[in-house]
Design a protein around this ligand. Sequence first.
Ligand SMILES: Nc1nc2c(ncn2[C@@H]2O[C@H](COP(=O)(O)OP(=O)(O)OP(=O)(O)O)[C@@H](O)[C@H]2O)c(=O)[nH]1
Ligand SMILES: [Mg+2]
Ligand SMILES: [Zn+2]
Length: 300
Amino acid sequence: MRGTVLRAQSGFFWVQTEAGVLECKLRGRLKKERQSSDIAVIGDEVEVTRVSPREGAIEAVSPRRTRLSRRAAGSRGLWKEDVLVANVDQVLLVFACANPPFTPRMLDRYLAIVELSNLPTLIVANKTDLVGDDQAHAMFAAYERIGYEVIYTSPKTGAGIASLRDHLAGRISVVTGKSGVGKSSLLNAVQPGLSLATGDVSATLNKGRHTTTVAELHPLSLPGGGYVADTPGIREIGLWRFPAEELAWCYREFRPVLDACYFASCTHTHEPECGVRAAVERGEISAERYESYVKLLAEL
Ligand SMILES: Nc1nc2c(ncn2[C@@H]2O[C@H](COP(=O)(O)OP(=O)(O)OP(=O)(O)O)[C@@H](O)[C@H]2O)c(=O)[nH]1
Ligand SMILES: [Mg+2]
Ligand SMILES: [Zn+2]
């Protein structure tokens, strides 16, 4: 049978199949072939055989369409890729228009991480009721101009919930955003009873407590199905070992002018004949986004 991994913990995998959810282990053969901790992760499409009414064995894992991964410490000072979720269709970055206040710099950080993973992004501007539609649109206009899709929502008034539902239907989505922006409220509005631990988990991590997080895909009862991934998300991935030379490419509106730099290794900060800085001067790249790039680069 074909199935989708919903949850993985200590060598056990909960796989959604046409016969319901089966608790599975990996066939020994798979473990020998690939000596890694992420042979199967949530979101993976797998082939299972049933060994009892509720149990199965994972025989094969299909090639991943996309992945959300983290760079983890490897042996001899090297890093290794640690896949958190497979077959991710989109990452939802949830921000509140107010309370907590909207910080474009934080959005830029998240966007850079998602761009590096080559995953589509949907920006969710939540709590529009607190500032009004006009101001909400003004706050995110710069991101729409550079080609990001933004939806404007408020679980309080119901605004944008139908649109959010359409975007989630039939896809695997990772939802992230800092504590208090309204992720749980939004998902509850989409599907009552659906509440994720995302923010709570990152809040715990920030306090430095050590918690084992169980990543999980929550099935959606929407047309075409769909899943929302419950993971610590982008925060946990962070900027650790982010390749500085790829940061400019992760600012998507910089891409068309990167060829115009005189130096192939241009960092776009001080070099002469820099295509990015020329584009900032011509007003094609916003000064805010450029400053945000320079600050983030310095951090890396
Ligand atoms: N005014 C207003 N308040 C909202 C809206 N959405 C959520 N809230 C409130 O914002 C607070 C935080 O919402 P949550 O849904 O718990 O936020 P969260 O992102 O899940 O937070 P964590 O779980 O801590 O990561 C709650 O008091 C909500 O009632 C909204 O659209 N408008
Ligand atoms: Mg929450
Ligand atoms: Zn340059």
